[in-house]
Write a protein that binds this ligand. Structure first.
Ligand SMILES: C[S@@+](CC[C@H](N)C(=O)[O-])C[C@H]1O[C@@H](n2cnc3c(N)ncnc32)[C@H](O)[C@@H]1O
Length: 471
C-alpha cells in the first residue's frame, strides 16, 4: 500500500442554474421531441420566465439568439461535433447533442468568450444531464474550442471543386437536397447561391402591414418606436430593432398586422391584376388560414366595393382568419371549406388567391428547424393537393377573372411545375405577366411568373403566378 497522503476530495458544489441556458435547452428539446416550432414554443417560455422574474429583456434576447442560432446552424455544428466524439452522432443521446450544439453555437457563432461558453455549457449539462455526462460534454467542448469556425469549416466541408452542393450545405448549414433545389430555382453561379444561403441564416426583420382603410404606414411610422418604411410595399413598416409587435395597440386591435413584405406584394399584385371586362365585386382567398393575406385582401376589396370570401379547410385555422378579418371596413365572409371540393359554384369569383400548403422552404429565416424536418418525399405529398387547389381555383373564377397561385417555397416542383401541369391539363387559362404588378424591383427574372428571394429582396422566397381564365 502506498503511504502517499490522499488528496482531500473536492467538496461537492451544486451546479449553477442559469435560467437563460436552461430555457434555451428546454426549447430545443421541445423542437426535437414534440416536433414543435421554435417560433411557437419560445414566446410562451420567455413570457413565463419573465413573469416569474427569472429573465430580463437582455436575457430573453440572449435565449432567443441561442435557440435560433443553434437551430439555424445545426448542420454545421453536427458536422463539427461528429469530428469531436468517438461514436456516430446517431448514438449520442439527443439531450446530450442539444447541450453540445448549444455549446458549439456559443463557442463558434457568438462573441461569448471561450471559457464562459465552456463553463456555462458544462454547468447546464450538470443541471439537465447530471455530473457524469457533464464530463463528456466538457471534453467535447474543449476539442471544439481548439479551433475557430473558419478552421473547422476548412476541415469538415469538402472542397467546393470536389462537391459544390455538399460544400455549401455544410458551410451554410442547409441539407444537401435543399441546396440542390434552391440552386435549381435560382440558377446562376456560386456567389448568388452563397448569398441566398447566408440570407436564410439571418434574423429576419419584423415587418408590419398597415391595413388600408384602417391605418396608414405614416401613422405607424409616427407611433411605433424604431419603425422605418418598408422597402417595397406602400403599406409596410419595418421594426428596425426587432421588438415585440404583439404589444403594439395597432396590432392588438387589427388595424395593422405582422406580415412579410413578400406576402403583401402577392396580395397587392392580385388586387391590381387587370380583369377582362365584367364585374370586380367577388374575391376569394381559398386557403386563407391563418389570415394574413386575407386581411390585406379584404381591406383592398373594401376600397373598391368588393366582398372577400375566405375559405380554409381546418376549422381552428378558419377561426384565426375570422379573428384577422374582424373590424374590416367592408363586407367579408369566412367559411370552413375544402378548396378541392368547394361549396361555391363555378365561375363565382372575379379574383381568387390560392396560397397553397407547401414545404415552406421559402421561409427558412423564420422557421429555423424546417430545413431539418422537411424531406424530399414531402414534395410528392403536397403535389396532388397543390394541383387540385389550383384547378378548383380556376373553376371558381369567371371567364376574364384572375387567379393568383402563390407558395412560400421556391422549389420548382411546387411552383412552375404545378402551374405548367394545370395549364396543360385543364386549359382555359393563360399566364399574365406578374412583373409589372410588382414595384420596380431588381431580379424579377424573365417572367411571366415571379420569384422573390431573401438575398435580393429581403422578403421570404414567395412565388406568384397570375392566371387569367379564358373560357
Ligand atoms: C400557406 S397557408 C396559407 C397562408 C395564408 N394565405 C396567409 O397569408 O395567412 C395554406 C393554408 O391552406 C390550408 N389548406 C390545406 N388544405 C386545404 C384545402 N384542401 N382547402 C382549403 N385550405 C386548405 C392550410 O390549413 C393552411 O392554413
Amino acid at each position: 500500500m502506498s503511504n502517499r497522503p490522499r488528496r482531500p476530495a473536492k467538496p461537492y458544489r451544486r451546479p449553477r442554474r442559469d435560467p437563460v441556458r436552461i430555457l434555451a435547452f428546454e426549447a430545443l428539446r421541445a423542437v426535437d421531441e414534440r416536433d414543435a416550432y421554435a417560433n411557437l414554443v419560445l414566446p410562451p417560455l420567455l413570457r413565463k420566465a419573465r413573469t416569474a422574474g427569472d429573465l430580463d429583456a437582455r436575457d430573453a434576447a440572449l435565449a432567443t439568439e441561442l435557440v435560433y442560432g443553434t437551430l439555424r446552424h445545426q448542420g454545421t455544428y453536427d458536422a463539427i461535433i461528429a469530428e469531436c466524439v468517438d461514436r456516430p452522432l446517431r448514438d449520442v443521446d439527443p439531450p446530450v447533442l442539444d447541450v453540445l450544439s448549444l455549446g458549439a453555437h456559443q463557442l463558434l457563432g457568438t462573441r461569448i468568450p471561450t471559457h464562459a461558453a465552456v463553463s456555462a455549457t458544462v454547468e447546464l449539462a450538470r443541471v439537465v444531464l447530471g455530473d457524469g455526462r457533464a464530463k463528456f460534454v466538457n471534453a467535447v467542448l474543449r476539442r471544439i474550442a481548439a479551433d475557430d469556425l473558419d478552421g473547422w469549416l476548412d476541415r469538415v466541408a469538402p472542397p467546393y471543386d470536389d462537391d459544390a452542393e455538399e460544400h455549401l450545405g455544410v458551410r451554410h448549414s442547409h441539407p444537401r437536397w435543399v441546396v440542390s433545389a434552391l440552386w435549381d430555382a435560382l440558377g446562376g453561379g456560386r456567389s448568388g447561391m452563397e448569398e441566398l444561403l447566408a440570407a436564410d441564416n439571418e434574423r429576419p426583420e419584423v415587418t408590419l402591414v398597415a391595413r388600408p382603410g384602417r391605418t396608414t404606414s405614416e401613422e405607424l411610422l409616427a407611433t411605433v418606436p424604431d419603425a422605418v418604411p418598408g422597402r417595397w410595399s406602400p403599406y409596410a413598416v419595418r421594426l428596425s430593432e426587432g421588438g415585440d409587435p404583439g404589444t403594439l395597440e395597432t396590432v392588438q386591435d387589427g388595424r395593422a398586422g405582422v406580415q412579410d413584405e413578400g406576402s403583401q406584394l402577392v396580395a397587392l399584385a392580385l388586387a391590381a391584376a387587370p380583369l377582362d371586362d365584367g364585374p370586380d365585386a367577388a374575391w376569394l382567398d381559398a386557403c386563407a388560414g391563418p389570415g394574413g393575406k386575407a386581411a390585406l385582401l379584404a381591406a383592398l376589396a373594401a376600397q373598391c366595393g368588393a366582398t372577400l370570401t375566405a375559405g380554409e379547410r381546418q376549422h381552428h385555422r378558419a377561426r384565426l382568419v375570422a379573428r384577422a378579418l374582424r373590424g374590416n371596413p367592408g363586407p367579408y365572409q369566412v367559411l370552413t371549406a375544402d378548396g378541392t371540393r368547394p361549396p361555391w359554384r363555378e365561375g363565382t369569383f372575379d379574383r381568387v388567391l390560392v396560397d397553397v400548403p407547401c414545404t415552406g422552404l421559402g421561409a427558412l429565416r423564420r422557421r429555423p428547424e424546417a430545413r431539418w424536418r422537411r424531406r424530399p418525399e414531402d414534395l410528392a405529398g403536397f403535389a396532388p393537393l397543390q394541383r387540385g387547389l389550383l384547378e378548383q381555383a380556376l373553376k371558381a373564377t369567371r371567364p376574364g377573372g384572375v387567379v393568383g397561385y402563390a407558395t412560400c417555397s421556391p422549389h420548382p416542383a411546387e411552383t412552375r411545375a404545378v402551374v405548367d401541369d394545370v395549364l396543360k391539363h385543364t386549359g382555359g387559362a393563360e399566364l399574365l405577366d406578374a412583373r409589372p404588378l410588382l414595384p420596380d424591383m431588381p431580379g424579377l427574372g424573365d417572367g411571366p411568373d415571379v420569384q422573390l428571394w431573401p438575398h435580393l429582396h429581403h422578403t421570404d422566397a414567395m412565388y406568384l403566378a397570375l392566371l387569367r381564365r379564358t373560357g
